[in-house]
Design a protein around this ligand. Structure first.
Ligand code: 5GP
Length: 201
């Protein structure tokens, strides 16, 4: 069986990448969201096992020590990590997987799995990003400022990605991401068996 494609999806906080991904998941079949582990507290409406696995520091340490994290990072005083086993299982069974992770984690994944496909979602401008960050009212002012400064640094990392998509409108951005996913799935290098089936069956 052909191994699934690992998509790595990043974008500064406030870019709206979560909303874009929701749109993408409505359309694409056989695409799985990798649920990360985090030590941060759940926000309103977030569900354990759906948005994140909300775990404490001790459990996070244990997962690192036992090699259960594909990558992890400390951000905004909390830690985030990708549980390796679930991702590996899905890929080996031919399913495509999306990791929604920040830029340092993405760099670590690229190093371990250079065949992954990385997509960077960028805001149309810094002004618009600030507007979106302060508009969602989920964090206090200091955290918002910290997120904005971090976002600027993250934008510099866009050069290392395979694709960049501007989130001007959710519909347009999602359409472009869908185009990338479809194009990657159609690559000859991933479809050698399909060609053989046509030729010899
Ligand atoms: P939030 O707290 O807003 O849910 O996420 C903060 C940042 O952490 C986002 O940029 C998000 O993509 C990133 N993030 C979420 N899960 C992971 C993970 O497993 N690994 C890494 N490296 N970053 C993550």
């Amino acid at each position: 069986m052909e191994r699934g494609i690992l998509f790595v999806f990043s974008g500064p906080s406030g870019t709206g990448k979560g909303t874009v991904l929701e749109e993408v998941f409505k359309t694409v079949k056989n695409l799985h969201y990798s649920v990360s582990a985090t030590t941060r507290a759940p926000r309103n409406g977030e569900v354990h096992g759906v948005n994140y696995y909300f775990i404490d520091d001790a459990e996070f340490d244990r997962m690192i020590a036992s090699g259960e994290m594909l990558e992890y990072v400390e951000k905004f005083t909390n830690r985030y990590g990708t549980p390796k086993k679930a991702v590996e299982k899905l890929l080996s069974e031919g399913n495509d997987v999306i990791l929604e992770i920040e830029t340092i984690g993405a760099e670590n994944v690229r190093r371990q799995m250079p065949e992954c496909v990385s997509i960077f979602i960028a805001p149309p401008s810094l002004k618009e990003l600030w507007h979106r960050l302060t508009g969602r009212n989920t964090d206090d002012e200091n955290i918002e400022k910290l997120r904005f400064e971090t976002s600027k640094v993250e934008l510099m990392c866009a050069y290392n990605y395979d694709y960049i998509v501007i989130n001007d409108t959710v519909a347009h951005c999602a359409e472009q991401v869908l185009g990338i996913i479809e194009a990657e799935r159609c690559k000859v290098s991933r479809n050698r068996k399909v060609i053989e089936n046509i030729l010899y069956n």
